[in-house]
Design a protein around this ligand. Structure first.
Ligand code: ADP
Ligand code: ZN
Ligand code: ZN
Length: 709
């Protein structure tokens, strides 16, 4: 009898090992190959898995092994993407099966579909051809139209001798400086190779349609795959298939696209590289930007990181010469950056007084200074954009007679008041963490008082006030609620582009990336709420966001003049974030932040790992982490240079009835951190079923390089 073929398969379960199966080449039609996607019997059902090893032996009794039941009609995952998965699994301390399988689109994970899929693909092809013709292309700036600054950026980028080698480049350019036009021109030279594939990552789904149109305009003859989580499953399945078979030359997508197989990957662009959305916040908590850099290094390809406000990590790497550093310091369409004004809300001069003829009837959430500036901007037929980073009407409902507040019964947070027609036909309370929706109580649940009042303000309240102050203006609210309701976000953005609105109120959704052409004024209302956060990255994020919002103003302004105005309402105009913004001094702010971090030995001057624990009671979660720390100490693992903090409740301690705690580890040495995290993984696995501890049922997770603490 010939020796049997055994394959090791990983599945989407929190189990450290792979499982052995027999391979029946006759039944499956081919010999086994590493990377094949298969269906295997597992317990009483079947699972999708990936072959990671082929051999003639098993440590188990061959007689008892089950056979692989089906093979997906796909080429095997290529070796480069498997290396990436292996690296991600090791670096992020997450088992291989749980790393790979979730990156395969659903369509390919239903083996019942496998026979029908070829037909589906054909149908999708036809539809796509049609769609390609329908989709509007826009914003074409061909190479010959690039300005001098862009041209020289392109020359440095097209360092042909260095192609086919790893190279990381920071393209740091003002908002509106024409970074997109530069990297598209660069990609066009790489795409001259017919086989080449390029990956373009964008931080948010909302930004893909705009970039998709620009890429289509630039590359009408290239096949493009768009990958993000809002794309219907089957369409995503087809896009992924075209990427993994090399049929698509351009792969454009959000963070999940970074893990797509691309056998001929020749260059990567990470647009808005600083954006926190690149960090996956559940399952394997990877940074798509960091993985993309690793991937470029691994396949010896160049990677371009683009931003107006680079992350401190990237900026320091460029300063130190580890990354090539290319800058664009002028706006492409000629205008300057907007003039920034800080409005001190504590200064009575900025507030309405009883004698003012333009004083609104109700209390205005906007200062007099800003109201007058917006009126002037409206008169000049320009659009205004008001940023308030809180959706809903009011962040909390309160009782005027007692101390009742609208606490969520399941979370350690408040339920947000939403006005009638926003979420529901009626006004409701809604918890933004667990999703709980409740009617607004008619009387205070504690004292029966009927006088309940919303505290603070969200987008809906500001929208109401604006409608009251400027009854003739066309007002549009853009937040996740309004974009979910009738129109998608893209339609809302189109309304702004088409000039059908005068005043836009929105959350950070409106701030990023969009190339609006007629905005004369932008204003940020609630910046202060993010000044004093316990998260050491809060200021960096606030700064980046304010630069982005500022960047929406005056893009098409007059050559040589300030491009519009930006107003920031604040009680702390002297705060460094605002002072650097006033001067548009991105480098100054980053260098100030770098000094602060260096003194405190915070990332990027150290590396962090976070152990999360979730339990029914906070005590148990803390206890679980304390005893973990105790064991690490006892084993002598908390060596010199490693700092293990005490376990603490998370900032948002309770969500949907679960209590959450964390243990932070910090080291100046990557390797030391890696070793301790691996030891922790082993320790915890020894007493857990998957990632749930036996006995106390505590759910735990290890996170590498956390970005919010
Ligand atoms: P960024 O990505 O830096 O924000 P974009 O590439 O989106 O900038 O360019 C901003 C705007 O300037 C776009 O409307 C774009 O069409 C326009 N633009 C870019 N390059 C040029 C150029 N060389 N001449 C004229 N307009 C340009
Ligand atoms: Zn009360
Ligand atoms: Zn809740």
């Amino acid at each position: 009898m010939p020796s049997p073929t055994v394959v090791q398969v990983v599945v989407d379960k929190p189990l450290a090992q792979g499982f052995d199966y027999l391979w029946d080449a006759q039944k499956l039609g081919v010999e086994p190959v590493i990377g094949q996607i298969v269906e295997v019997p597992f317990g009483r059902s079947t699972l999708i898995g990936v072959v990671i090893k082929v051999s003639a032996h098993s440590d188990f009794d061959i007689q008892k092994l089950k056979g692989v039941s089906a093979l997906a009609p796909l080429p095997p995952l290529d070796s480069a993407v498997l290396r990436l998965m292996n690296f991600a699994s090791q670096y992020y301390i997450h088992v291989l099966g749980e790393t790979i399988i979730p990156t395969i689109p659903q369509m390919w994970k239903k083996s019942a579909n496998w026979e029908k899929i070829p037909k589906k693909l054909l149908a999708a092809e036809k539809k796509k051809d049609k769609k390609d013709r329908e989709i509007k292309s826009e914003g074409l700036i061909v190479e010959s139209r690039l300005n001098n600054e862009q041209q020289s950026a392109l020359v440095s980028l097209r360092n042909t001798a260095a192609e086919k080698k790893f190279r990381a480049i920071l393209l740091q350019g003002q908002t509106g400086s024409g970074k997109t036009a530069v990297f598209l021109s660069w990609l066009s030279s790489i795409l001259e190779d017919e086989e080449a594939q390029v990956l373009i990552l964008v931080p948010e789904i909302n930004l893909t349609p705009q970039l998709e149109r620009r890429v289509r305009a630039y590359f009408p003859n290239k096949n493009m795959s768009v990958l993000h989580s809002a794309i219907p499953e089957n369409q995503r399945g087809v896009a992924w298939y075209e990427a993994m078979t090399g049929k698509a030359q351009i792969i454009l997508g959000t963070r999940l696209a970074a893990l797509t197989p691309m056998p001929n990957l020749k260059a990567i662009v990470v647009d808005e590289e600083h954006d926190p959305s690149y960090k996956q916040q559940d399952g394997i908590r990877y940074s798509a930007r960091d993985l993309a850099i690793w991937r470029a290094h691994d396949v010896k390809a160049p990677i371009l990181l683009s931003s107006a406000t680079p992350s401190l990590e990237t900026w320091m790497a460029a300063k130190a010469g580890r990354y090539q550093y290319i800058r664009l310091d002028q706006r492409a369409q000629g205008a300057g950056l907007p003039k920034v004004h800080l409005i001190n809300t504590r200064d009575p001069q900025n507030q309405f007084s009883p004698g003012d003829v333009d004083k609104p009837m109700s209390k205005s959430p906007i200062t007099k200074t800003l109201v007058r500036a917006i009126s002037k901007n409206l008169d000049s037929k320009k659009q205004s954009l008001v940023l308030i980073n809180r959706r809903g009407y009011a962040p909390v409902l309160s009782c005027n007679a007692c101390s009742w507040l609208s606490k969520c019964q399941q979370c350690s947070s408040y339920m947000v008041m939403h006005k009638a027609g926003a979420l529901n036909r009626k006004a409701v309370l809604n918890c933004h963490h667990c999703g709980l929706v409740k009617p607004i109580p008619e009387h205070c649940p504690d004292c029966g008082n009927a006088d309940l009042k919303g505290l603070g303000q969200g987008t809906q309240k500001v929208e109401d006030s604006i409608e009251e102050i400027w009854p003739n203006a066309r007002v549009l609210r853009v937040d996740t609620d309004s974009s979910k309701k009738s129109k998608g976000a893209e339609e809302l953005f189109q309304e702004i582009h088409s000039g059908n609105v005068d005043l836009v109120v929105g959350t950070q959704m409106i701030a990023k990336g969009h190339d609006y052409q007629n905005i004369g004024l932008v204003a940020a209302l609630d910046a202060d709420s993010r000044l004093f956060s316990q998260d050491f990255r809060a200021a960096e994020r606030l700064f980046a966001q304010l630069v982005q919002v500022a960047g929406r103003a005056g893009r098409s302004g007059v050559e040589g003049q300030a491009g519009g105005d930006m107003f920031i309402e604040t009680q702390y105009p002297e705060a460094p974030v605002f002072q650097y913004l006033l001067r548009h001094d991105v480098d100054g702010f980053l260098s100030y932040t770098a000094n602060e971090r260096e003194e405190a030995k915070l990332p990027p001057f150290s590396y962090q790992g976070l152990i999360h624990a979730e339990a029914k009671s906070l005590d148990k979660a803390i206890q679980f982490l304390s005893s973990l720390k105790g064991r690490l100490k006892a084993k002598g693992l908390i060596a010199h240079g490693l700092k293990a903090y005490d376990p603490v409740p998370k900032a948002l301690m309770r969500v949907a009835g679960t209590e959450r705690a964390q243990l932070l580890l910090e080291s100046g040495d990557r390797k030391q951190l890696q070793e301790i995290l691996e030891a922790i993984d082993q320790d915890l696995r020894g007493q857990s079923q998957g990632r749930i501890s036996k006995g106390e049922n505590i759910r735990w997770l290890i996170e590498r390089d956390p970005i919010s603490i």
